[in-house]
Design a protein around this ligand. Sequence first.
Ligand SMILES: [Zn+2]
Length: 325
Amino acid sequence: MSNDTFPSIRLRRLRKTPALRDLVRENAVTMNDLIYPIFVEEDIEDALPVSSMPGINRIPEKKLAAEIKAIAADGVKAIMMFGVSHKKDATGSDAWNPDGLTARMIKRAKDTAPDMVVMADTCFCEYTDHGHCGVIEHGHVHNDMTLQNLARQSVNSARAGADVIAPSAMMDGQIAAIREGLDEAGFTDTPIMAYSSKFASAFYGPFRAAAGCELKGDRKTYQMDPFNGREALRESMLDEAEGADILMVKPGLPYLDVLARVRENTLLPLAVYQVSGEYAMIKFAAAAGALDEKRIVRETLGGFKRAGADLILTYFARDIGREGF
Ligand SMILES: [Zn+2]
C-alpha cells in the first residue's frame, strides 16, 4: 500500500525545527545520571596533573574537602572514589584499615558534601605492591582469599559513610561475599553496584597512571576477554542473582552491544563506565582540532543511553555540569 511508505510517510517532518526535535527526542542525559570518578592521593602537597588525561588531577588528601566543594559547585551529584595509596602491601590491607586512606577519604567526602552520593570503588589494585586486584598465591590471584578481604573493605567503607559499594575486582562470588559481609555488620541498606562486565581492556591505560597502579603482567585471569559477549551476560546475571543492586558494563564505547544485551535481560538499573582511554581519545583529538569535544561527548553519552544505560561514569561530568552540552 502506497500509504505505508513514501511519499505519504516522510520522517523529515519531525526534524523541521529545534523545538520539534526536542519533543520527539527519545533519550536525555542530565546531571542526575552522571558519576564523576576522582583519585585521592595521601601524603602529597599539590594536585598532580595526569598527563594522559588532560584536565584530571590526583587530588591531595589534604585538599580533598576544598575539591569536593568545587565538584559539588559544578553540579556533580555523585562521585566514585579511588585512593592512591602510599602504604601498599601484599594484600592491600590499608583498604580495610579503619584509619586507612579509603576510610579517611570517604569520611571527608561525606562530611563535606552530605548530599553527594559517595561510591566506594572496592578493589585492591591501588593498595597492593604488585598491582593485582587480590591476594597472590603461587603466582595467581587467589579468588576465595580475596573474597574475605573484599567483604572487609566493603564493611570498612560502609562504616566510613559510603553510600554505594562498587566492587571492581572481578572475583567469582564477590557480590554474595560482600552482601553477606555488609548484612552481618548491619549494613543491610547499603547498595552494591557491581562492575559486572569488566573487560581486560587496553582502554584503561591512562587510568593506571592516574591511580598509581604498579601492575606487573595483566589481569586476563579475572577480567573478561574483550571478544566475549555471552559471557558478559552470564557475569551480569550471576551478579544479579548474588544480590547486586546495580549492574555495570566497563568500558563503554567498544561494548555498546553488551550494554544493550544486559539491558534486555535485567530489570536492575544499569551503569556504564566511559573509561580513561575513551576520555583521552576525545580530549587529545579535540586538542588537535580534529573533533568538536562538546558534541562528541554529547553523542557518546547519547549512545550509552540509547543502548540502555541509566547511570554513566564519566570524567566529563564536571565539564558538563559547568558548561552543559
Ligand atoms: Zn582492581
